[in-house]
Ligand binder design. Structure first.
Ligand code: NI
Length: 183
């Protein structure tokens, strides 16, 4: 197992469009994906994209805890060369956080209902549909493959904040605050 260093906002690799994976026979691909999983789990994230660990390839892993998705858990999923298509115009807003933007959180609009497809380790393309938090995580992670971090998607920059400050203020007021896990 290997935990890889995580690129933080400002790193050039986070601004670039990552390259498609073309060689599904490369044994190094499996080893790299395992390292990505170790890194995501070690950082307590719900998603990780390859550029976040300094590799500019279109590879993402994520999972959705059941508690965040109306009880429907999405197990750890590896997506290679993913493609997203919004199925409705509708968007909703929620706090997001990112392992590459540690400590901060902000409200980001995202499509609520998407179709997405991706290739697995054998190169087989798999099709899925997602709503809500599941759709949000997929959109956040795939943005990393196009050099986009969530602050660039924010409609209202005044909501950008340190998560611990927001949490302390909500606690002081006895309010529930739903912050997103980092991805
Ligand atoms: Ni992220």
């Amino acid at each position: 197992m290997a935990v890889l260093p995580i690129a933080r906002m400002g790193a050039e690799i986070l601004k670039q469009r990552a390259a498609e994976v073309t060689d599904f026979t490369d044994p190094a691909l499996v080893a790299f994906v395992k390292d990505m999983a170790d890194t995501m789990v070690g950082a307590r994230g719900v998603g990780l994209a390859a550029p976040q660990v300094f590799r500019s390839q279109r590879i993402v892993i994520f999972f959705v805890p059941g508690g965040r998705n109306k009880g429907v858990e999405v197990p750890m999923t590896l997506m290679i060369n993913p493609i997203i298509t919004p199925l409705e115009e509708a968007q909703d807003e929620a706090f997001e956080a990112c392992l590459s933007v540690p400590g901060l959180t902000g409200i980001v609009p995202r499509y609520t209902h998407i179709h997405y497809s991706f290739q697995d380790l054998h190169g087989t393309r798999i099709e899925r549909e997602a709503h809500g938090f599941h759709a949000r995580v997929v959109q956040h992670e795939c943005d990393h493959l196009d050099g986009v971090l969530y602050p660039q998607r924010m409609a209202d920059m005044t909501t950008l904040a340190y998560a611990d400050v927001l949490q302390a203020e909500a606690d002081a007021k006895g309010e529930e605050l739903e912050l997103d896990e980092e991805g």
